[in-house]
Design a protein. Sequence first.
Length: 256
Amino acid sequence: MITRIGLFLASYFGLFYLVYAALGLINNVPSIPSGLEAILNEHELSVVGEFDAPGDLDGWVVDDDGNNIVVYSRPDGSVLVGSLYDPVGKILTPAHLAAHSPKRDLSMYWDARGEVEYAKATPAGEKVAYIFIDPYCSACRRQHESIAEAQPRVEDASIEVRYVPVGILSPDSMLKAGTVVSARNRLARLESLMGNPFLAKLTNSDTPIVNEEGYISAKKNTAFMRRLRTNVTPSIFYQDSNGRPSLHRGFLSADE
């Protein structure tokens, strides 16, 4: 009799726990905060991941039409959208996004990487990193500077860096990305654009420096980037230490 009663109570309270956990009423299963729930309903978004963030914050990975973003919530239900930095100024959000987003198999995109046109930044290497950049992207400029400063170490690690110009941040980003593909020296053209994209001209005297083929290639690069489900520049497409195709969104120190 005792055994039967014990089994009944165990099963009863086990079911009770599962129901309450599903409702988000158990402490270690946080319910969606009111501020985030309002955003999800208004924009038809969905939560695909959650985690504990620093400073009493909860972190949420939200699927925005195939692109994942991070949202942070406070205990009072209000939410913060943007980048989170630690006390010494290191950005934390890209690492949160990478660690808590659902893992996707990117093998088919790695196999199709030959579709993109790029500017080669380092000598040929055993490993290749594709970095998607917009001419107006300040973080892309920082990314380029970081790689340039660490180039001896990058070459020692046999990593070939390929910059893939895309157009997403400004109405003329696509045209300027097209000038990179059209240029005889793509890296030099890219560096001049990142130096000051607002002053960079689209023509050289009366001769356009972007041709139709270059413009179409820039559009294809941008479409490929979106197929990877990222609208963040820079985004880095590479193979990890296990040979698995991976995607990092945002600036990444060359030392990492």
